[in-house]
Design a protein around this ligand. Structure first.
Ligand code: ADP
Ligand code: MG
Length: 511
């Protein structure tokens, strides 16, 4: 790819980008969220047409008018959200779109080919299983089999490990290496430095739509790549202060919570959280974390069990009861649940307590002057870059939105903070900032429940770790410095380990 340029609404997502991949090579495309990685690869697979630039396959110039042209040229992309049809079986999904097959599908022939591919690459799939029954990891394997079945020579994997446990990721890495050995050219997309260093032959870094450079694995280091990604030096280490927990602030007793579709998503979870403690909840997303967080902030009422904050029963399903007891919430969904995108900074700061006397005049009118003063101070304290306090928050960068949300949620020295994926999608600088703020808030006395699928984050910040799987706590780790990623991964996949019993659940508390 040479000189690839593509804009969306005037924003250059790709700016004169050059990129190449050779047969047998694993070439990583590294960059922060929004750097333009997916855009570049969506161009290569025929989904987008670039404004400028050329694509050559085996030295020959190509124009892809649609994904079909790219598929015919041997390009296959595993998208961040795989595009499978849930009601169909695995083999039907693989055959789907294969124009060479006759009207009546030769089921046995397709199944045989699937089995061959699974054997060669170690991609175990059951061709007869309906896709909706498969785990995310299995669906990913099906999507890869489908690419190989279509004889893709260039395989593009867009952030494939984001949805996997560490074990599944390990396995995927073996598959990727095998595919490279068999002569495929692999484009591996990621923003996680550790895995990039592990798997790549070469690494190309994108920053703000530009190609910052390409380095061979031998020349790469975590520090160097990070510097290329964000354009300046970065610190990785967070000082984790010595554990000194105080009084219990949150006690959760055997709660069960339904999800949006009425299915049981939290199936009897109990734990306790103390002051000056960060309890990490580790798990692959979709295992009940969101529902748990919502039950602990009043957005969702448990169907049974109890939630106590500072000893008060708040199993009410009313967010204001939690706010009054100084429970703060940093939701994963910062633009939907955390902030109101079309409101300005002042209004978003007001949301948490516009009804309180400190923010009203005569107990009825909102006191905007006071809120503006308060917002001004907070914005300064949390260094939220902004053109004015009446600027709509949707126009702020992700990092500044997150800082604004932290400013609102942490301003009153909360008793409990429920933080879900607090650094998701942030650049390295903002990530570091958010982590430091959480740790310093812990030292000031808050109890923090940190819910994330980012193991690095869990390990860096938590004083204890509880692993969630299928709506249950599978194990509790008291000393995160001693646990291995393998052990965490096993528990994330649902395996109970004797070493890490779930001690918070006492028999007599189960009625
Ligand atoms: N279909 C689209 N419409 C509008 N903007 C887009 C679209 N796809 C990507 N962008 C924008 O292009 C930039 C690069 O995005 P993307 O390629 O998805 O980054 P990455 O994959 O590196 O996270 C971002 O600013 C993003 O918002
Ligand atoms: Mg992307």
């Amino acid at each position: 790819m040479k000189g690839i340029t593509k804009s969306f609404y005037g924003i250059r997502a790709n700016d004169e980008v050059n990129f190449e991949v050779r047969p047998g090579e694993i070439h990583t495309l590294l960059g922060e969220n929004g750097a333009g990685k997916s855009t570049l690869m969506n161009i290569l697979c025929g989904l987008y047409t670039p404004e400028r630039g050329t694509i050559k396959i085996n030295g020959e110039k190509c124009f892809f008018k649609s994904p079909k042209d790219a598929i015919n040229a041997g390009i296959g992309m595993l998208h961040q959200h795989f595009m499978l049809v849930p009601v169909m079986t695995v083999w039907e999904n693989v055959a789907l779109g294969d124009k060479e097959l006759p009207q009546v599908l030769p089921k046995n022939k397709v199944i045989e080919q699937i089995k061959e591919l699974s054997d060669v690459y170690g991609l175990s799939v059951n061709p007869l299983a309906p896709v909706w029954q498969l785990s995310v990891g299995e669906q990913q394997r099906v999507a890869i089999v489908k690419l190989l079945y279509r004889r893709a020579k260039v395989l593009i994997l867009d952030e494939p490990t984001a949805v996997l446990t560490p074990q599944e990721a390990r396995h995927l890495f073996r598959v990727i290496k095998k595919m490279a050995e068999e002569g495929h050219g692999i484009v591996f997309i990621s923003h996680k430095l550790d895995e990039v260093l592990e798997i790549s032959d070469r690494i190309t870094v994108l920053r703000k739509g530009r190609n910052v450079g390409t380095v061979a694995k031998e020349e790469a280091s975590k520090e160097k790549l990070a510097e290329m990604m964000i354009g300046k030096r970065v610190a990785f280490a967070i000082d984790k202060p010595i554990q000194n927990p105080g009084k219990e602030v949150l006690n959760v007793k055997n709660i069960k919570v339904l999800g949006d579709r009425g299915r049981l998503k939290v199936n009897g979870i109990s734990f306790s959280l103390r002051q000056r403690e960060i309890l990490g909840i580790a798990g692959v997303s979709g295992n009940g974390q969101e529902e748990l967080a919502e039950a602990l902030t009043g957005l969702r009422k448990p169907i049974s069990g109890k939630v106590f904050v500072d000893g008060d029963d708040v199993t009410t399903g009313n967010p204001r009861d939690f706010m009054k007891r100084r429970v703060s919430y940093i939701p994963a969904d910062r633009k939907g649940t955390g902030l109101i995108a079309n409101m300005n900074l002042r209004e978003n700061i007001a949301l948490r307590k516009y009804w309180k006397s400190e923010y009203t005049r005569f107990g009825f009118f909102i006191n905007w002057e006071r809120i503006a003063g308060h917002t001004g101070k907070l914005v300064e304290r949390f260094s939220v870059a902004n053109p004015s306090l009446s600027y709509p928050v949707r126009l702020l960068s992700g990092g500044n939105m997150q800082k604004l949300m932290l400013a609102r949620e942490l301003s009153d020295n909360p008793r409990v903070i429920v933080a879900v994926q607090p650094t998701w999608g942030l650049d390295i600088g903002a990530t570091h900032y958010v982590r430091e703020v959480l740790v310093s808030q812990k030292e000031k006395g808050s109890g923090i429940l940190l819910i994330t699928d980012d193991l690095e984050e869990i390990l860096a910040l938590s004083d204890r770790i509880a692993v969630i799987h299928g709506g249950e706590i599978v194990g509790i780790v008291d000393n995160p410095d001693k646990v291995t990623e393998e052990e965490l991964g096993l528990m994330m996949a649902g395996t109970k380990l004797e070493k890490y019993p779930v001690y918070d659940l006492k028999e007599d508390e189960l009625e």
